[in-house]
Design a protein around this ligand. Structure first.
Ligand code: TRP
Length: 333
């Protein structure tokens, strides 16, 4: 069985965009592959963050992932596996300064931190972020990494690091991981459908996956559409409602309503009702499961610690081999 690895940062809340863009796919991959899913809290420290909120956010995301159907045995918390850091250091010696400087995410995020300030503090961790990501992936010798287009460059760097490592030790030790671009829905903000749904845009721009049905209905009801005048192209707001509907799996409803749209008989109020109902139907079991998890928090936390310890065995094994390969003395575990 091939290995899949992916990671998600405990920042922001889990909204429909993140669910349809990644998590839904992760759940589906579980049956076909040997999966590792990391809650990458070390990565979350690379941007300004609230110390008091990081641990609660880490647990919250873990619970949310489980509520969506991820097997807790496949979930680990990055900071419970310190070997990632150790491997990252070794990889730092095999990563070019220029290579990291070309990462667009680094450029974007350092600009974000700077945002006009003259002496903004840019942590080196932001710069080294992709090297830690490479360690996350290679420590489990992943074959596939399901990621969005925004992470393509990081995966390419991971492949370069793996290749350089193999070259340095003159052995095909790491297989080069491939990106796994599954077709996922790109969900836009319902308040501004020209922008991607994102927690950082603010309250009205994203729909929380665990929101109460009344809130989901309200947000869909106020979604931007168009004036109803016929144009050649579907407006971004209407297109977004259609893609949300499709993403929930309600394809029959989707196709019927699309026909109505094409005939010019579709009422947007009706479309919104159908979309809201589909979203409520999809998320109700998640909300229920989350309530169960939260009622049993202590046991679930212990379970995640245990699964992380189990996953750690794989990481320890790789790291021992790597240290020997690069000439580092190591303690036998
Ligand atoms: N950089 C990824 C993101 O922001 C998160 C991440 C960290 C990741 N480590 C990873 C993704 C390993 C895939 C594999 O989305």
């Amino acid at each position: 069985m091939k290995t899949v690895l992916s990671g998600i940062q405990p920042t922001g809340n889990l909204h429909l965009g993140r669910y349809f863009g990644a998590i839904q796919n992760w759940v589906n991959l579980q049956n076909q592959y040997h999966c590792f899913y990391g809650v990458v809290n070390y990565h979350a420290m690379t941007m300004p963050y609230d110390i008091k909120k990081l641990i609660p956010a880490t647990w919250e995301l873990t619970f949310n992932l489980m509520a969506c159907g991820l097997n807790p045995e496949r979930i680990f918390v990055q900071s419970l596996i310190p070997e990632h850091q150790e491997l990252a250091w070794i990889f730092n010696t095999m990563t070019g300064f220029g290579e990291l400087s070309r990462m667009t995410q680094f450029k974007d995020k350092s600009q974000q931190v700077q945002s006009g300030k003259k002496d903004a503090f840019i942590p080196s961790a932001l710069y080294l972020y992709p090297v830690l990501q490479a360690a996350d992936i290679l420590i489990y010798k992943a074959d596939y990494v399901p990621v969005g287009k925004d992470q393509e460059q990081h995966l390419e760097l991971t492949r370069n690091i793996a290749q350089r490592f193999n070259h340095v030790i003159k052995k095909e030790y790491f297989t080069l991981p491939e990106p796994l671009f599954t077709e996922v829905a790109k969900v836009m903000s319902t308040a501004d459908p020209t922008r991607k749904m994102s927690a950082s845009l603010g309250e009205k721009h994203h729909i929380d996956l665990f929101a109460e049905p009344s809130r989901i209905r309200k947000q869909i009801k106020s979604a931007v559409t168009d004036t109803g005048e016929r144009t050649d192209e579907m407006s971004p707001g209407v297109a977004n409602l259609f893609s949300l509907l499709k993403a929930t799996g309600a394809t029959a409803d989707h196709d019927t309503l699309l026909e109505d749209y094409n005939k010019g008989t579709l009422q947007y109020g009706h479309l919104k009702d159908v979309v809201a109902t589909a979203l409520v139907d999809l998320t109700t079991p998640f909300r229920e499961k989350k309530a169960e998890i939260k009622a049993d928090k202590k046991r679930v936390k212990a379970q995640i610690r245990e699964s992380s310890a189990e996953v750690r065995k794989v990481a320890i094994n790789t790291l021992l081999e790597v240290k020997e390969l690069v000439g580092l003395l190591s303690m036998k575990y």
